[in-house]
Design a protein around this ligand. Structure first.
Ligand code: FAD
Length: 459
C-alpha cells in the first residue's frame, strides 16, 4: 500500500487551547519501513508529527498539510537492571506509568499531564515540578531513533562513538518541535521508587514575595515544588505544594500497604456540554480562587498523595479545556532569569488589570538549561497563565509583555505558544541560527514543517 492510498479525507484539528485550527490529512504508519516509504514517496508540501495533541497552540498543526500519527509505535521495553526503558515514539506517559510504576520506577521528569507521548515530550523537551533538581526530559534521554527528512533511520545519542554532528543532531531534536524528523523510538533512564505515594507539605502565602521566598527555601528540601497563584487577588497570594517520593518506611504509619506501587489511571469527570460555552469569567474564577485559598490550611504537613493526584490533578477532569468556550484560550508561559524576578509581579499586575480570569496560574523554579538548541527552560522563574480569547485588548497587552520578557532575558514556551512574533522569537532563542544549520543536515528538502514553524519563520 503506498502513502497516497493511506491518506484519509481532510479533517479539522486544533491544539489543546482550541484557539487555532488546521485542516489536515493524516497518515498512520504501522512500521519504520512504512514511515520511511511514506517520506521517500512524499509529494505534498510538508508534514509534521503529532503525539497526543497536548501542545496548546500550533506546534502540532499544519494547515492543508499532512500529519503523522505514531499510534502504532507503542512498544515498551523495560530494562530493570539498567533502570531504563526503550519505548516507541507514540507511547503515552500514562501507558508507560501503567507498566513501570508497579515495577518500582517513575519517569525522571513529568509534565502536568500524563496524556502526552514520549515523542511529544522529547520534541518540547518538557519540564516538571523538579527542574531545579533534575533538569528537563532531554537530560535523561540516552538514545533517539529518528526518521529524517530523507527517510533515513538515524540513531542519535551522546555516546563516545558519535561524532560532533550526530551529537548536535541529538540536541537539535530535543526541543526541536518535531522539525528535525520523526522520533520513532527513545531510550531514557528511570528513577527507582519504593511506593507510588508522594509525601506532600502545603504552605499558604498571603503575597507573592513570601511565596517566592518560600519556593527558594523549599527547593533545598523537596524533590518537587509548584506554586499556584491567585492572580485575581491584589497581592497575588498563593499556595506552595512540595513533595518527596514516599519510602516504605514512611508508609509504615499508613494502614494500607498491600499495594505500595499501585497506579490508577482514570478521569473522575467530564465537562458537560452545557459548560462548553465558557463558564470561566472574572467572577466565577475569583470565587473559585477564594474558595481554594481559604480551604487550604496555613501549613499542612505530610499528607500522602497518589502519583495521579500530585502530578496530574487536571487529568481528573476530561476536556477541561472546553471550559473557556468556543473561541478557546491560550496559555502564556514564560521564563525570566533570577535577576529579572520582578517581571513575575509586573506581569501578574498587567494581566490582572485587564481581568484575566485564570484559575490555573502556576509558578515554578528552573535550574540550569541543558545543551538543547531550542529548549525552553533556563535558570530562573517560569509563570504559566491561562487566558481566554474573549477578553478585549488582550493581544495588545501580550505584545507589551512579550517585549518586557525579551528585554529581561527571558522567553516564551513554544509548546504553549500560539501568537508570539518571529522578531520576539529570534531575539529570545538566539541559538536558532545554529539549530537551522543542523536541521538542514537532517531535512535538506524541508519536508517537516508546522504552523508554528511558519509563523515564526524558523527556516
Ligand atoms: C494540562 C497540561 C499540562 C501541561 N504541563 C506541562 C508541564 O508541566 N511541562 C511542560 O513542559 N509541558 C506541559 N504541557 C505541554 C505538553 O507537555 C507538551 O506540549 C508536549 O509536547 C505534548 O506532547 P504531545 O504528545 O501531546 O505532543 P503534540 O502536542 O501532539 O506535539 C507537540 C510537539 O511535539 C512534536 N512531536 C510529537 N510527537 C513527535 C514524534 N514522535 N517525533 C517528533 N516530534 C514529535 C510535534 O510535532 C509538536 O511539535 C502541558 C500540557 C497540558 C495540556
Amino acid at each position: 500500500m503506498n502513502f497516497e492510498e493511506k491518506k484519509i479525507d481532510r479533517k479539522s484539528i486544533s491544539g489543546w487551547g482550541c484557539n487555532l485550527h488546521a485542516k489536515i490529512s493524516e497518515i498512520n504508519p504501522i512500521s519504520i519501513k512504512d514511515l520511511q516509504n511514506s517520506i521517500i514517496n512524499f509529494n505534498e508540501s510538508s508534514v509534521i508529527s503529532r503525539g497526543a495533541g497536548r501542545s496548546y497552540g500550533d506546534a502540532a498543526l499544519l494547515n492543508n498539510g499532512l500529519i503523522i500519527f505514531l499510534k502504532a509505535f507503542d512498544h515498551i521495553d523495560l530494562n530493570v537492571k539498567k533502570k531504563r526503558v526503550k519505548v516507541g515514539g507514540g507511547v503515552s506517559i500514562d501507558n508507560l506509568l501503567k507498566i513501570i510504576i508497579p515495577k518500582g520506577f517513575f519517569i525522571p521528569v513529568s509534565p502536568g499531564t500524563r496524556f502526552v507521548t514520549v515523542g511529544g515530550a522529547i520534541a518540547s523537551d518538557v519540564h516538571g515540578k523538579n527542574h531545579y533538581l533534575n533538569g528537563s526530559f532531554g537530560n535523561h534521554v540516552i538514545e533517539i531513533k529518528l526518521v529524517d527528512g530523507l527517510g533515513q533511520l538515524r540513531t542519535l545519542s551522546l555516546n563516545k562513538d558519535q561524532n560532533k554532528e550526530a551529537r548536535n543532531q541529538f540536541w537539535a531534536t530535543i526541543g526541536g518541535m518535531g522539525l528535525t524528523g520523526v522520533v520513532v523510538e527513545a531510550t531514557f533512564s528511570l528513577i527507582p521508587i519504593q511506593t507510588s505515594k508522594i509525601i506532600v507539605d502545603t504552605f499558604r502565602y498571603k503575597d507573592l514575595d513570601n511565596l517566592m521566598d518560600g519556593m527558594i527555601q523549599a527547593q533545598k528540601k523537596y524533590q518537587y515544588c509548584v506554586a499556584w497563584v491567585d492572580s485575581l487577588n491584589q497581592k497575588n497570594r498563593g499556595i506552595l505544594t512540595c513533595g518527596n517520593h514516599a519510602t516504605l518506611e514512611n508508609m509504615k504509619t499508613k494502614k494500607n500497604l498491600e499495594e505500595p506501587l499501585k497506579y490508577e489511571s482514570k478521569s473522575i469527570a467530564s465537562v458537560p456540554k452545557i459548560f462548553h460555552n465558557g463558564v470561566l469569567n472574572k467572577y466565577t474564577v475569583a470565587a473559585f480562587n477564594k474558595f481554594l485559598y481559604r480551604k487550604t490550611p496555613k501549613i499542612k504537613r505530610e499528607s500522602f498523595q497518589s502519583m495521579e493526584a500530585f502530578f496530574y490533578p487536571l487529568d481528573g477532569i476530561k476536556n477541561w479545556n472546553k471550559l473557556y468556550g468556543k473561541r478557546g484560550f491560550l496559555q502564556y508561559q514564560f521564563v525570566v532569569p533570577d535577576r529579572s524576578s520582578q517581571v513575575i509581579l509586573e506581569s501578574l499586575e498587567i494581566l490582572r488589570k485587564i481581568g484575566v480570569p485564570s484559575f490555573l496560574t502556576v509558578l515554578k523554579r528552573f535550574g540550569p538549561c541543558n545543551s538543547s538548541f531550542l529548549s525552553f527552560p533556563q535558570k530562573g522563574w517560569t509563570l504559566a497563565i491561562d487566558i481566554p480569547l474573549t477578553l478585549p485588548n488582550i493581544e495588545l497587552t501580550l505584545l507589551k509583555l512579550d517585549l518586557k520578557i525579551a528585554k529581561a532575558g527571558g522567553k516564551i514556551y513554544l509548546a504553549k505558544d500560539s501568537r508570539q512574533s518571529s522578531e520576539i522569537f529570534y531575539k529570545t532563542y538566539p541559538r536558532i541560527k545554529d539549530w537551522k544549520l543542523i536541521r538542514d543536515s537532517l531535512d535538506p528538502n524541508n519536508i517537516f514543517c508546522s504552523d508554528l514553524a511558519k509563523r515564526l519563520g524558523m527556516f
